[in-house]
Design a protein around this ligand. Structure first.
Ligand code: ZN
Length: 154
């Protein structure tokens, strides 16, 4: 597939609970974490990054997609009115409202960790394979702690 722009040697799903912005119920949200990634285009490699969390994932390779569908059914293609794109977004388990990456990955979200202790609030589901995606990503210090804790670094 030519539309992928990222690849990673392995990945894991990080899950946490957050309050739905719409109904206020607690719902499970999932982030796709990679121990490192390579950004590329038809010309070749553009950039290599260490541990990161993908954002605004527009497409995934078939194997990665199958893993996400099974392990995180609330994470599925949805249309963000604010972002104006279709992407793999979290949905509320109670009211089905789309939980935008802007909120889930943002400063008040469950994936904005500031100490190692907070890692305990995340559930990690390692996938047994690599990943190709069309997505953006963000990097933060805590994401490399996941590598060390779970031995996902390669
Ligand atoms: Zn809700």
């Amino acid at each position: 597939m030519t539309d992928f722009n990222l690849k990673a040697p392995s990945f894991a799903l990080l899950q946490a609970s957050m309050a739905c912005w719409k109904c206020g119920s607690g719902t499970l949200v999932t982030a796709i974490w990679v121990p490192r990634l390579t950004e590329f285009d038809e010309e070749g490699e553009l950039e290599v990054a260490d541990a990161a969390v993908l954002q605004y994932v527009e497409s995934l390779d078939a194997a990665a997609e199958a893993f996400v569908v099974q392990a995180a059914p609330l994470l599925r293609i949805g249309r963000s009115q604010t972002a104006g794109v279709n992407y793999w977004a979290n949905h509320c388990s109670h009211c089905d409202a789309l939980q935008g990456d802007h909120f889930v990955m943002g400063v008040n979200g469950p994936f904005f960790l500031q100490s190692r202790d907070e890692l305990a609030s995340l559930t990690v589901h390692p996938a047994g394979s690599g990943l190709r995606a069309s997505a953006g990503y963000s990097e933060s210090g805590w994401m490399s702690w996941v590598s060390r804790m779970f031995g996902e670094s390669q």
